[in-house]
Design a protein. Structure first.
Lengths: 165, 240
């Protein structure tokens, strides 16, 4: 009974955020509801894999939800070779030095994305928040796949340099 | 396995590759290949962590949207349903499919009584406590519940056997003693099991003959504290 109460509390505090994730990435209400169920089952059964550290519980949960949805999308795309990486973030030992950086990160990502061309920054946001693949991004921006890939790889390198500067 | 970390171009390539991985841009086969490298190479794991910790600032853009209420009930029953329960009696109680089958046969109350007596382990304090059961239904309504009250636990367990959620409405459970005013036990879900802990006053009030009733109320329950909607199911508590 204590577990049930604990689960209800977890669900009440986090389900709106995680449903926001599944809706945004899957873009289909009934799929998003179905995925949300799977995600909570996964979270609850493997809650021991959450490692306290500089990942706050909510960002860990968002990462699990996002990865679950991305796994679903990836499995549907060409070249399907399923692998369970949904919980990979939990397996990485947190780096305590980053805790201090977290408060600056919000402005940092905004600042660094702002240094890129607008459409490239949007494409990176689209990949992270909407789960768009290179194919989908190429189509959205009306450029050939290879062009999109080259674009984005260059932008990622630039972004990476700014993020660690 | 990797020779790409040897020069600065290789390092840049790896940084970008892990960035692509973190953004989920890679196809399934490449994604898996990179996942294996990350697991094997601490430098790449650190790189992934950097990407994740920076990118997760964008998580604020996922807009909070409350999921429909039935999602919780489904997850809860998957996590805490039949398989998770320790005792035979509890498993029996938790088996919603079983209950639905019993309701269809019209035997719910009789079978609960038999079921609990048969499945109850050797007498203990719980077994000696008062246990009551009520089958809640009404003519012209497909809403059906079975309620079980165990004095030792001080809680009513309620199983929904029939009826559908009505848009913008909630079902509310009441107990009624003799000619006194109904007392609310709260809003209850359909298509789920519910455990309703009772306050001491309610615990003392529920006896054989106490009537339990379900009414259809505005969302969130009766605004006045007294029933406002039609009774869709009711029944008297019977000792087991």
């Amino acid at each position: 009974m204590r577990d049930r109460t604990a689960f209800r509390t977890l669900y009440e505090r986090t389900s709106a955020k995680l449903f926001g994730v599944t809706l945004r990435i899957l873009k289909d209400r009934s799929e998003a509801e179905e995925a949300l169920q799977e995600i909570y089952v996964k979270i609850w059964q493997r809650a021991d894999r959450y490692v306290a550290g500089n990942y706050s519980p909510i960002s860990w949960l968002v990462a699990v939800a996002r990865n679950h949805c991305l796994d679903m999308l990836r499995a549907r795309r060409p070249v399907s070779d399923d692998i369970d990486v949904a919980l990979e973030v939990a397996d990485l030992a947190p780096d305590p030095e980053q805790a201090a950086l977290n408060s600056n990160e919000r402005s940092r990502i905004d600042h660094c994305l702002a240094e890129l061309d607008d459409d490239k920054a949007d494409a990176i946001r689209g990949a992270y928040l909407d789960g768009y693949s290179y194919d989908e991004l190429a189509e959205r921006y009306g450029v050939p796949l290879n062009t999109m890939r080259t674009w984005l790889r260059r932008s990622l390198l630039k972004l990476r340099e700014c993020l660690s500067a | 396995m990797s020779v790409s970390g040897e020069d600065s171009n290789g390092r840049d390539d790896d940084k970008v590759l892990v960035g692509e991985f973190a953004l989920a841009l890679l196809d399934a086969a490449e994604h898996e290949r990179v996942a294996r490298r990350i697991a094997a190479e601490p430098a790449l794991a650190a790189e992934l962590q950097l990407w994740q910790s920076r990118m997760q600032s964008l998580d604020r853009e996922f807009v909070e949207t409350p999921p429909p209420a039935n999602v919780f009930a489904k997850v809860e029953s998957r996590l805490f349903g039949a398989a998770a329960r320790p005792s035979a009696a509890a498993r029996f109680w938790d088996n919603l499919a079983l209950w639905r089958g019993l309701a269809a046969a019209g035997l719910a109350v009789a079978v609960i009584a038999v079921g609990f007596n048969v499945l109850r382990p050797a007498p203990d304090s719980a077994a000696l406590a008062n246990q009551l059961v009520a089958s809640l239904e009404a003519d012209g309504s497909d809403v059906k519940f079975v309620a079980f009250y165990n004095e030792a636990s001080g809680a009513v367990r309620l199983v929904s056997l029939g009826g559908k959620q009505v848009p913008d409405k909630d079902y509310e459970l009441w107990y009624i003693q003799g000619s006194q005013a109904p007392v609310s036990m709260g809003v209850i879900p359909v298509d789920a099991r519910t455990n309703i802990p009772l306050d001491p006053k309610a615990q003392a009030s529920i006896k054989p003959g106490t009537v339990l009733a379900v009414t259809l109320e505005p969302k969130g329950g009766s605004p006045s504290g007294a029933p406002t909607g039609p009774i869709v199911a009711k029944g008297a508590a019977t000792a087991i």
